[in-house]
Design a binder for this molecule. Structure first.
Ligand SMILES: C[S@@+](CC[C@H](N)C(=O)[O-])C[C@H]1O[C@@H](n2cnc3c(N)ncnc32)[C@H](O)[C@@H]1O
Length: 282
């Protein structure tokens, strides 16, 4: 039975578990037993807007007649998209000062005049654009082709990322010299310069879908930060093994500073550089 509170519809346990399993199968995102309120908060609006009689009808619709855009709407609703520029800056320092010079040296030795980076759950774009600005600041990369791929499962964050217009919250950690060089203040909205925008190719990639991830290959460094925390171990293992396959030999992987791949994979060697853990493909 469905009862309406001020604005949120309540869900019964059985439907909660079925919806939770459906979401898990599609995305790897695991909603634990004690977080029924999370799905109620996120999905109530869709149920009301689409005039379903309740979550049971919505679940039936999702399972048997939803179109691509309906599934996309579900993904938009259930993902958590918190991000900002220069998040976890120690990782970017290690990337810029230690990994990039090493990668360029190795790639040039192999006859490659490029560097390929993938921001694997890019949300509204702050992470790949931070990487873009960092690469632009490195004079040794002037004649190196810089390819940045950025992907997410949520179409609405990708749309916002492509616009590259940001509020105060997103830009608060950007060093002043980057702010002055790469942003224009348009009445409190910070507009990113075209030179950085044009470096990043945005794509819709689900990290647990092999054929979507396989569009990429030969990546030097993957940033997969603050997304695996929403997955259970099985989904983490799947995503990490797909990431492994798109990395070039000895390529690098960053996960969020609060995350670990302990017990998830032995295919990466954790290395500590200046107190930052970097995973290297073995
Ligand atoms: C908290 S944000 C992290 C953004 C950025 N990496 C950072 O650390 O600031 C997590 C992102 O992961 C995305 N996401 C969740 N499940 C995903 C999946 N299965 N495949 C790809 N992206 C996913 C969400 O849409 C969300 O934008």
């Amino acid at each position: 039975m469905i009862t309406a509170t001020a604005s949120t519809l309540t869900m019964n346990e059985d439907i909660f578990k079925q919806l939770r399993d459906f979401i898990y199968e599609k995305t790897g995102i695991y909603v634990p037993d004690n977080k029924k309120y999370f799905l109620e908060n996120r999905l109530s609006r869709i149920v009301k807007e689409k005039n379903f009689r309740g979550y049971e009808d919505y679940l039936h619709f999702l399972k048997y007649s939803a179109q691509r855009n309906d599934i996309a709407r579900l993904f938009d609703a259930i993902t958590t998209n918190e991000t900002f520029f220069f998040r976890e800056p120690q990782q970017f320092e290690v990337f810029s000062n230690n990994l990039v010079p090493q990668i360029i040296k190795e790639n040039v030795q192999m006859g490659r005049k490029d560097i390929k980076i993938w921001s694997a759950a890019c949300s509204t774009g702050e992470e790949p654009y931070t990487i873009g600005m960092i690469l632009l600041e490195k004079t040794e990369l002037v004649s190196i082709r810089k390819e940045i791929y950025a992907s997410d499962i949520s179409e609405s964050v990708l749309m916002s990322a492509r616009k590259a217009m940001y509020g105060n919250y997103s830009v608060r950690n950007i060093p002043p010299q980057y702010m002055a060089k790469y942003f224009k203040d348009s009445g409190g909205i910070y507009v990113l310069s075209d030179i950085v925008k044009s470096m990043v190719k945005f794509m819709n990639i689900n990290l647990i879908e092999e054929k979507e991830v396989k569009q990429l290959k030969g990546i030097d460094v993957v940033f997969c930060r603050n997304v695996l925390i929403y997955f259970d171990d099985k989904a983490k293992k799947k995503a990490v093994s797909l990431i492994y396959d798109v990395l070039r030999p000895k390529g690098y992987l960053f996960v969020g500073t609060s995350e670990s791949l302990h017990n998830i994979t032995r295919a990466f060697r954790p290395t500590v550089i200046n107190k930052v853990v970097v995973y290297q493909k073995v």
